[in-house]
Write a protein that binds this ligand. Structure first.
Ligand code: ACO
Length: 321
């Protein structure tokens, strides 16, 4: 049986850092409130000449170098991003061109928000398992700073910019054991970025993220708890088999609740939230990359990845790393 393994990871964070103290000067908030309610201390903000494309390229090149794979070997490129370079051509096609390759499928997942990376991972996994491609680049890249309303204290404190990437490769040894994807449009209004080409003339407020934070918080805790049960049951495993949780980085209280659900101490959870905020689809690969680079996550460890976001859309991946 063929498996998909993560054979390389990479990440990129813009140089500019926005601290909670900086935000205190911009909106009616305090660093204390932000840390207590979210766990976030600072976040990275893209420079004017940076974008989902430039950050994806940095992360992708690092992941390919880590994997020892040349661009010509890549058989598919998927970029999960809610902040793409353009409507089209896709950010993935633009990256393909920058990497000097042509021919392999390349596309963006634009609308799965913070669940985007897990969705993209699942899609690439199907192609590799079925033998149609050998290597894939899966990236999450976001310039959230361009879609938050910097006058809205409820949302602007949460988000940051960055990109994370993995190279996936076909393997005879176990890698991705299962992925589980879900969505429920009932909750379409809980979290949205309503900018639309479907109606004449957007109003300015549609250009920014809208969120009913406390409702989303409760939904996330319930949904992710059920998702963990589903993922473990599908693999006939128990929570004691999980070595690492690699969660979407939305709120430290959600992450703590998920660690508790798995009986995992927090030092077995890949957390970047304090330093990076919520980077949407980039948060999972960035957290994975950091934990791997720091020597925490090791080959053979059992990883549970989870993401959830606008849609609502959510998903998990169980991976023997
Ligand atoms: N500073 C000070 N006060 C604030 C701030 C702020 N930055 N933001 C909101 N408040 C106030 C509110 O106005 C409210 O005041 P009121 O009681 O007088 O009305 C009070 O704080 C409490 O507001 P809540 O929204 O109930 O606060 P909560 O504890 O729920 O925290 C938060 C808000 C951090 C947004 C939390 O709900 C959360 O993290 N939700 C989940 C977000 C999430 O999971 N996103 C993931 C997906 S993101 C994606 O897909 C792109």
């Amino acid at each position: 049986m063929a498996y998909t393994q993560i054979i390389g990871t990479g990440g990129y964070l813009p140089e500019k850092i926005l601290t909670n103290a900086d935000l205190e000067k911009m909106v009616d908030t305090t660093s204390e409130w932000i840390v207590e309610r979210t766990g976030i201390h600072r976040r990275h903000i893209a420079a004017e000449n940076e974008s989902a494309l430039t950050m994806a390229e940095r992360a992708a090149r690092e992941a390919m170098s880590d994997a020892g794979i040349a661009a010509k070997d890549i058989g598919m490129i998927i970029i999960a991003t809610t902040t793409p370079e353009k409507m089209f051509p896709s950010t993935a096609c633009l990256l393909q061109h920058r990497l000097g390759i042509a021919g392999c499928p390349a596309f963006d997942l634009n609308s799965t928000a913070c669940a985007g990376f897990v969705y993209a991972l699942s899609i690439a996994d199907q192609f590799i398992r079925h033998g149609s491609i050998k290597y894939a680049l899966v990236i999450g890249s976001e310039v959230m700073s361009r879609v938050v309303d910097w006058n809205d204290r409820a949302t602007c404190i949460l988000f940051g910019d960055g990109a994370g990437a993995v190279v996936l490769g076909a393997s005879k040894k176990p890698g991705i054991l299962s992925t589980h994807l879900h969505a429920d449009g009932t909750y379409k209004d809980v979290l949205s970025l309503p900018v639309s080409l479907g109606k004449p003339g957007d109003i300015e407020e549609d250009l920014y993220i809208k969120m009913t934070g406390n409702q989303l918080f409760k939904l996330a805790v319930n949904i992710l708890g059920n998702l963990f049960d589903e993922t473990l049951a599908a693999n006939s495993l128990t929570k004691a088999d999980i070595d690492w949780l690699v969660p979407h980085q939305a709120n430290i209280r959600i992450i703590q609740a998920m660690a508790k659900k798995l009986d995992l101490p927090l030092d077995r959870v890949a957390i970047t939230l304090q330093e990076q905020g919520n980077t949407s689809s980039a948060s999972i690969p960035l957290a994975l990359n950091k934990a791997v680079r720091d020597g925490k996550i090791k080959r053979g460890d059992m990883l549970l990845l989870e993401g959830f976001g606008g849609g609502l859309a959510w998903g998990s991946a169980l991976i023997q790393y």
